[in-house]
Design a protein around this ligand. Structure first.
Ligand code: IPE
Ligand code: IPE
Ligand code: MG
Length: 878
């Protein structure tokens, strides 16, 4: 409860501050009200006018200038308070929304908004009444003040309501002016001789105007009219607050009860979407999203992006329509969990609890495939629809947990890269890249390089934009070395005190951003639609960079946005170009492909198997010979988790990449050892789907080594009788690597020696999942009866269905776990864990492990029967 009051106090404080910041409204209240009253009093004739006043139920004679003054005064405060509340509500909408997402009680925000409305209305009504008294003492001061208060409250309510309905400040102001002009001009007995018409009773300012005019010279209390005015103001304020609640809510909405049943509401929303936003409805259709409940969630995410600023919104618009919902959902998730992690209303423990709860709920929703919360439902839908790697999500959630605890220290540029890379790549960008590929439209290394340079620029600009907000939480999303170099502290930034050192630091950061943007533009991208989108983004970022360079302090004032017209013009041009690039590609792709899907072997004539003799395996450096192994007990399939490269390098004070390089020699030696003993199948774990969370530089090294190691031209083991197979997914791998892997697989397909199954970008769960998906597809199409499905059906959809189960699983490096390696195939594998680090491993370790394997008893669930041949037991197991 104490926390609740504290929240209310903070909300009130912020709302009042927001009002006080509206200098134009203050000037209008302080200057315009007296000016208007003075002019009306001095300029207009004093002669009496006779009209029928409904509040008195009789004709009255009142001086024209006094009546005009009162009507004008009422109009002025209605306008000013309406405008004030509109502006404050619409400007704080995003902040309020983020607070609600972060668990802030919405009712506090509603009460704060009401409190501020009452305060603004009371102060301006009191002030206007006081000025009226300067010219003419009303007969009933209390009624006059009450009437002005009621008028101000009514239009304050209009302002709050409009803020929920309209986006542009100009539109809001215009509507407030027009509504009040029509309403109050018609009510004025001076301007409208028919002001006593009964129709006018239905207009919002009727009660207020009747009461105010009666207060000039009549000693009566028009209770009915005051009450009517109060009803209008209460009704409009309530409508405004409900709209505000709807806008700020996505879960546990206070208005939810009012709008039940849920299904009806969703259907109405769906119909409204088609009617009011046919373009967006088409986006959903193109993405194949039809469930109204899920669309509600996607819409929440989309609105989050729109509120987060023009750049993020532009990014979405440059994507093909079918992928936009995916981007919305990823963004919605990131934004929500980020807000939970950053919410300074809570202490560290509370933040951590909330982030953990959110990620656990999300992970459980992901497992179930649906969620009761619309935002999470959209996210789950996106993960399932676009097959996002939910494992990558774990790494991202872990970063947010550290953020919540304030433990994410970004000391150096390396940390900075690792931080942003983990937040954006494993989960989102990598998959998005693969989704942007199409037949004839793949990503080359230069595309990947451009994308990486651009994400760096994007993230640095993001960090700069949030500089002050982050600093208020004693955080800076810049490397500490940069802040130290310029002797800038987060306290300075939080206080918004720019100085020479600050300007120099911002200048260095914008120079760095420029550099990355230049690299993006110069990378020579080969994916035309993406190249066009990146060019547009570079132009858009340049606009912002220029603005920041001209006015570094604008960052601390939250005004670093470039001119709207130039921004929108650049974006529009870019969108047209990107659309044209996709269209052009579609036309080219529609024509028949020039070559077959599988790339032909390179230099086929020289390297065709058979034309060049296959070499015997190289002997071990020490001359070691294979041990005598009982042929009938030899394993068929050995799988190796080649672990320990990093530690090997670290122990030698070398970069981790040196460990991976050294691991290559171990790999070759083990392959020779396998060839020497005639092992039929060897699976090697080279890169897991989880390894993408490692720093980009390390991944680059691993990918390079894989590329070199699978090149038939240069790789020595491929000149032996080795048939290459690949288990894993192409998602996220550089297309040229995928190309060269497929080529080598094809090139070595007829060899009969060792089948070397390289597990590259492999994840056991995703392998099983995609097999299950394929079965489900067949069942849905009627090709297979679900009741007849056996484990063999599933196994036939694994990456390498022809491979036998793993007999022996070896892991080097001292760890004793599977790390998502061949879970389906290894259910009955014998395990050997070696302390030796992979680079120190050679064929003798393989032989030793196999030797120990030959002495083990494999039971497959049966009772020990030493005489039972393995083949019989295998039948029992099936
Ligand atoms: C395994 O070695 C190789 C790959 C993941 C490609 P590590 O790099 O995991 O080495 P350690 O476990 O950190 O020592
Ligand atoms: C397993 O090693 C993956 C490969 C050897 C390619 P990791 O080092 O990635 O496994 P964990 O993270 O220690 O479980
Ligand atoms: Mg490891």
């Amino acid at each position: 409860m104490k926390w609740w009051w504290r929240c209310l106090g903070t909300a009130l404080h912020h709302a009042a501050l927001e009002q006080a910041r509206n200098r134009l409204a203050l000037v209008l209240v302080v200057g315009f009200i007296p000016l208007w009253l003075t002019l009306a009093y001095r300029v207009l004739p004093t002669e009496p006018v006779r009209f029928f006043l409904r509040a008195a139920s009789r004709p009255v004679n009142l001086e024209a200038n006094t009546v005009t003054q009162v009507g004008g005064g009422l109009h002025a405060i209605a306008l000013i308070v309406g405008f004030m509340l509109f502006l404050a509500t619409s400007r704080s909408a995003e902040f309020d929304y983020r607070l609600v997402l972060a668990g802030y009680p919405r009712v506090c925000l509603l009460l704060a908004r009401t409190g501020v409305l009452l305060l603004a209305a009371a102060l301006s009504a009191g002030y206007a009444t006081a000025w009226m008294c300067v010219f003419h003492q009303p007969e009933r001061l209390d009624v006059m003040a009450g009437a002005l208060l009621v008028g101000a409250l009514t239009y304050g309510g209009v302002g709050i309501l409009l803020a929920a309905l309209l986006r542009s400040e100009l539109a809001g102001m215009f509507v407030v002016i027009m509504v009040s002009l029509v309403d109050l001009s018609l009510q004025s007995p001076i301007l409208n001789p028919a002001a006593d018409s009964p129709t006018l009773k239905w207009l919002p300012a009727y009660g207020a105007m009747q009461s105010a005019v009666s207060a000039i010279d009549l000693n009566l209390t028009p209770w009915c009219h005051l009450l009517l005015g109060l009803c209008w103001s209460a009704g409009l304020t309530a409508a405004g607050l409900v709209a505000f609640a709807v806008r700020t809510g996505h879960h546990t909405s206070t208005v939810k009860g009012l709008l039940r049943p849920r299904a009806v509401r969703q259907r109405l929303r769906w119909a409204a979407l088609h009617l009011l936003h046919p373009v967006r409805a088409r986006v959903y259709r193109q993405a194949g999203i039809r469930d109204a409940a899920v669309i509600t969630g996607y819409e929440i995410c989309r609105r989050l992006i729109r509120r987060s600023g023009p750049v993020d919104a532009a990014l979405t618009q440059l994507l093909p329509a079918r992928l936009r919902p995916l981007f919305w959902a990823i963004y919605g998730y990131g934004r929500t969990i980020d807000d939970l992690a950053d919410n300074q209303q809570h202490d560290r423990q509370e933040r951590l609890t909330r982030v953990s709860q959110f990620s656990e709920q999300l992970e459980s929703d992901l497992r179930q495939g649906h969620s009761s919360d619309p935002l999470r439902a959209a996210f789950v839908h996106a993960v399932w629809t676009w097959d996002l790697p939910s494992d990558g999500l774990g790494a991202t959630n872990a970063i947010y947990r550290l953020d919540a605890e304030g433990k994410n220290t970004i000391a150096t540029w390396d940390d900075w890269h690792a931080y942003w890379h983990t937040l954006s790549f494993p989960f989102g960008v990598t998959r998005l890249m693969t989704l942007l590929t199409a037949p004839g439209l793949t990503f080359t290394p230069s595309d990947a390089q451009a994308l990486r340079a651009w994400t760096n620029a994007f993230n640095l600009l993001d960090a700069l934009r949030d500089l002050r907000e982050d600093a208020a939480q004693n955080v800076a999303k810049l490397p500490a070395t940069v802040l130290d170099e310029y002797a800038v502290t987060t306290e300075d930034l939080a206080r918004g005190l720019p100085g020479g050192r600050y300007a120099a630091m911002i200048h260095a950061m914008t120079a760095q951003t420029r550099q990355w943007l230049k690299e993006t533009a110069a990378a020579g991208t080969q994916h035309p639609p993406m190249a066009t989108a990146l060019r547009t983004l570079v132009d858009l970022h340049m606009l912002e960079v220029n603005r920041i360079e001209q006015r570094p302090e604008s960052l601390l004032q939250g005004r670093s946005k470039p001119s709207v017209i130039r921004f929108q013009y650049t974006l529009l041009r870019g969108r047209l170009r990107v659309a044209r690039a996709w269209r052009r590609h579609a036309q080219t792709a529609a024509s028949p492909p020039a070559s077959s899907h599988l790339p032909p072997p390179a230099d086929g004539a020289r390297n065709t198997p058979g034309t060049q003799p296959l070499l015997p395996p190289l002997p071990h450096a020490s001359g070691a010979q294979p041990p005598q192994l009982p042929a009938h007990r030899l394993p068929q399939h050995v799988a190796v988790i080649m672990d320990g490269n990093g530690r090997w390098a670290t122990r030698r004070n070398q970069p981790r990449s040196a460990g991976h390089e050294a691991g290559q020699s171990a790999l070759r030696d083990v392959v020779y050892g396998a060839l020497e003993i005639g092992l039929p199948y060897l699976s090697l774990y080279a890169l897991s789907t989880e390894n993408w969370t490692r720093p980009a530089a390390e991944i680059d090294t691993i990918l390079r080594l894989i590329q070199e190691g699978t090149d038939t031209e240069t790789e020595e083991i491929l000149r032996r009788d080795v048939r290459l197979r690949w288990s894993g997914t192409p998602d996220g791998l550089p297309p040229d690597l995928v190309h060269s892997l497929l080529r080598t697989v094809h090139f070595t397909r007829n060899r009969t020696g060792l089948t070397l199954n390289l597990c590259i970008n492999y994840g056991g769960r995703s392998e099983i999942t995609q097999a299950a998906r394929e079965l489900a597809r067949q069942a849905a199409s009627g090709a297979i009866d679900p009741d007849t499905i056996t484990s063999r059906h599933l196994a036939s959809h694994l990456h390498q269905p022809a491979l036998p189960d793993v007999d022996l699983l070896i892991r080097t490096g001292g760890e004793q776990r599977f790390s998502n390696f061949l879970p389906w195939q290894s259910t009955y594998a014998e395990l050997v864990f070696l302390d030796t680090l992979w680079p120190d491993t050679d064929r003798t370790h393989l032989w030793d492990a196999i030797d120990s394997y030959t002495r083990r008893e494999r039971r497959f669930g049966a009772i020990p029967t030493p005489t039972t041949p393995t083949s019989q037991i295998l039948i029992v197991s099936e």
